[in-house]
Design a protein around this ligand. Structure first.
Ligand SMILES: [Zn+2]
Length: 116
């Protein structure tokens, strides 16, 4: 089964096309935005899979969601979102720690290194 959606998600009003193919044992999704063409998890593809209705002007979202409900997709998306949120938090903490080290070294270079 093939589902097609149109997404308007940019300030410039660009129109993207998202397609979901629900096959026998596989769900395929594609989007023609820049990230989607590079097979990255773009907001449009993720939005369609999550059933984010208001972001799409055309497409049978009810039909797609009914089709996806019995699959493991919800579980896979939830795990992806949980793990990426956790990794992004760790990256922020590492970036802060790195910045702190740089700031400390800048202070030593500016004011001198302690000798004791
Ligand atoms: Zn996209």
């Amino acid at each position: 089964m093939r589902y097609q959606f149109k997404a308007h998600l940019t300030a410039e009003g660009d129109l993207y096309h998202v397609e979901v193919i629900v096959g026998y044992k596989k769900i395929s999704v594609s989007c023609d935005c820049e990230a989607g063409r590079m097979k990255k998890p773009c907001v449009h593809a993720m939005g369609v899979l999550r059933g984010d209705r208001h972001a799409f002007s055309q497409g049978d979202m009810d039909g797609l969601q009914k089709h996806l409900a019995p699959t493991r997709l919800g579980e896979i998306l939830a795990r992806y979102e949980r793990e990426t949120a956790q990794l992004e938090k760790q990256m922020r903490e590492l970036r802060d720690a790195l910045q702190k080290r740089h700031t400390e070294m800048e202070k030593f270079l500016r004011d001198g290194f302690p000798t004791d």
